[in-house]
Write a protein that binds this ligand. Structure first.
Ligand code: UD1
Length: 430
């Protein structure tokens, strides 16, 4: 088992380079199933979720060559095979291969994703889109099977909620459907635009990505392409928060500042200095954060994936903040862990009431999910004494070498490999 050990109190300074976006890379990799030709990707982060997606594709017969930060994928010999339960259970985004498989092979069989730490996360909107495009669905023994022997048909689809994954799955499926598809109340996240850009390079006809209405004109086949994945706005926001909580002065490089508008606004509102360049942002702070209220929303609103990190920061604010989570039903798992570090937080339905305190104190804490883990690291950076974050596997799903990047900014953080036997542990800096 690995843990991250943090000695709090160091002020972060310097420059940090953000990796390619996990949430853009995952659908982009899935979309390579749509063509028999090679797709060359760069800006691919080195993360466990990316390795899981590659494994899923390899199981379906895709040839995957991985290099540092890049991937070469060829689905020329791919087949519609049943996705492994073990892989889908490991990563819910595995369901993103369903749309391209159905579009290219007229068949997909996927384990129904179960609940997860941050809520029940149904897939009804994905399935609604597939059905509207003419697929026949059946559920048996925990698996969902979708069949469209004569191919998918273009359709007019209204999403009751602008789901990111359902928009991506429907968009990929529609590229090879017969006729036109209109997706209404579609998600507008930058990752949707990135996927649309790659699909367009592959010969798809997609307009409107980044707005609430996406129109796709189906084509007979797609071709190979080269693509660079957009920078990770959530990783960027995590380092920006880390700078603010340590009263640091950090320049976060390789970002698209427009993707972080809500985050920049909130950092300024809580009193941090934010200087925005073309592809970098400087975040500095000399004082305690002011209390602010935050409500998570679909893009361009404040991202749910930064809610936990901002909560860590607001634990040290000068007054009471209210954080409302509207995207996921149960995304406050980090509250109990922050409380163990001395934070004063009460949950009231979908709101967390955070009463700012003078100091957090280091403690052993559990990373219950990816972003909760990031929040605990951020809290640990500012806490007095030592914080040990266990369950780092969640953090490694989404952060590319987080301890190395933080250490380069002056943080005292090491990764420890802890032997299973209690008491027999060895520290290994990585
Ligand atoms: C994606 C991101 C995740 C982020 C989330 C919201 C990836 C790989 N993951 O997840 O990091 O937190 O967007 O920005 O890109 N819902 C339904 N029915 C559905 C689908 C979703 O009710 O069929 C609900 C979910 O339960 C949730 C909300 O819609 O409450 C948002 O989910 P969605 O936008 O689909 O998130 P993901 O694509 O799973």
């Amino acid at each position: 088992m690995e843990t991250l050990l943090i000695q709090g109190g160091a002020r972060l300074t310097g420059r940090v380079v953000v990796s390619g976006a996990k949430n853009a890379a995952l659908p982009v990799i899935a979309s390579t199933l749509l063509t028999g030709e090679s797709v060359e990707l760069s800006g691919v982060p080195e993360l466990d979720d990316i390795f899981t997606m590659c494994e899923l594709l390899e199981n379906a017969g895709v040839n995957v060559d991985q290099g540092p930060g890049c991937l070469s994928l060829n689905a020329g010999k791919a087949n519609a095979v049943e996705a492994s339960y073990d892989l889908v259970r490991r990563m819910r985004a595995s369901f993103l291969i369903a749309g391209p498989m159905l579009a290219r092979f007229g068949f997909t069989r996927m384990p129904m994703p179960g609940g997860c730490a941050i809520g029940s996360r149904p897939i009804d909107l994905h399935l609604k889109a597939f059905t509207a495009m003419g697929a026949e669905l059946s559920v048996e023994s925990g698996y969902i099977e979708a069949v469209a022997p004569g191919g998918l048909q273009g359709a007019h689809i209204y999403f009751d909620y602008p789901s990111v994954g359902a928009t991506e799955n429907a968009m990929m499926a529609a590229t090879l459907a017969k006729g036109n598809t209109v997706l209404e109340n579609a998600a507008r996240e930058p990752e949707i635009v990135d996927l649309a850009n790659l699909l367009t390079k592959m010969g798809a006809k997609v307009v409107g990505a980044g707005t609430g209405v996406i129109r796709i004109q189906g084509v007979e086949r797609l071709c190979g392409a080269d693509h660079t994945v957009i920078p990770d706005r959530i990783e960027a926001g995590t380092y920006m928060t880390a700078s603010a909580i340590t009263n640091g002065d950090v320049i976060v490089e390789n970002i698209v500042p427009e993707h972080l508008t809500a985050v920049i606004a909130k950092l300024r509102e809580l009193g941090a200095g934010v200087e925005v360049g073309e592809s970098e942002i400087r975040v500095y702070s000399e004082t305690r954060p002011k209390a602010v209220d935050i409500k998570t929303m679909p893009y361009p609103g404040f991202p749910t994936d930064l809610q936990a990190q901002f909560m860590a920061l607001l634990c040290l604010a000068d007054d009471m903040s209210i954080i409302t989570e509207t995207v996921f039903e149960n995304r406050f798992m980090h509250v109990d862990e922050l409380t163990r570090m001395g934070a004063k937080i009460k949950i009231d339905g979908r709101a967390a009431i955070v009463e700012g305190i003078d100091n957090l104190s280091g403690a052993p804490v559990n990373a219950t999910d990816l972003r909760a883990g990031a929040a605990l690291i951020i809290a640990g950076l500012a806490a007095s004494g030592e914080t040990e974050v266990v369950n780092t596997k969640h953090i490694d799903r989404g952060y590319d070498h987080i301890e190395n990047k933080l250490r380069s900014l002056g943080a005292e953080i090491i990764r420890r490999t802890v032997a299973k036997k209690p008491g027999a542990s060895a520290a290994t800096a990585s």
